[in-house]
Design a binder for this molecule. Structure first.
Ligand SMILES: CC(C)(COP(=O)(O)OP(=O)(O)OC[C@H]1O[C@@H](n2cnc3c(N)ncnc32)[C@H](O)[C@@H]1OP(=O)(O)O)[C@@H](O)C(=O)NCCC(=O)NCCS
Length: 153
């Protein structure tokens, strides 16, 4: 069995500045671009945990809470909430901030499921995740319930 890993080992922070190519005709960040950035951060979290290349199996509960504009700075944080046999759930959250804002504001959050694969695309067993803090333990339990719902159980 592979070594147990912590949530902290999977934590990724990714930052982007919104440029004209990322926006719609109103200067608002495109939803697909936001999901792409969150997917990339989550893929790195998954790879940090698994030690294999990981592919996106599903994305759910994508919530666009607040629009972001050209020039805003986007910060994305992602981390593994629970590891299963070959798959794991990643929680990704995005915030925006600009020079006029005192505090960053939440823009988006989503749950990604990634599967670790070998070079032939075969799913590979991954290390268990050990939640440490109270918040990590709550997220771990909730991830189990979300998986049941996701897989129609
Ligand atoms: C994801 C993928 C590797 C699963 O392969 P598979 O042969 O169906 O594998 P299995 O049925 O043995 O399932 C493997 C794991 O994936 C999970 N899984 C499969 N489909 C899933 C889905 N739609 N949502 C969430 N988890 C899923 C299973 O629950 C299982 O998890 P576990 O081992 O932790 O219990 C395969 O479907 C695939 O390659 N899909 C395309 C991925 C892709 O191109 N992504 C975009 C680019 S990164």
């Amino acid at each position: 069995m592979k070594k147990v890993k912590t949530v902290a080992e999977s934590l990724v922070t990714k930052m982007e500045v919104i440029c004209p190519n990322d926006t719609n005709p109103l200067g608002i960040l495109q939803g697909g671009k936001m999901v792409q950035w969150m997917d990339l951060a989550s893929a790195i979290s998954a790879q940090n945990h698994a030690g294999y290349v990981c592919v996106t199996a599903s994305i759910d509960n994508v919530l666009f809470k607040t629009p972001a504009q050209n020039g805003d700075i986007v910060t994305i944080q992602s981390k593994v909430t629970r590891a299963f046999k070959t798959s794991m759930e990643i929680h990704a959250v995005a915030w925006k901030k600009n020079l006029e804002m005192k505090e960053k504001v939440i823009m988006n959050e989503a749950y990604f499921t990634f599967v670790a694969i070998d070079k032939a695309g075969k799913p590979m067993n991954i290390p268990p995740l050990k939640p440490v803090s109270k918040e990590e333990k709550i997220a771990y339990e909730a991830a189990g319930k979300r998986r049941e719902k996701r897989m129609g159980k």
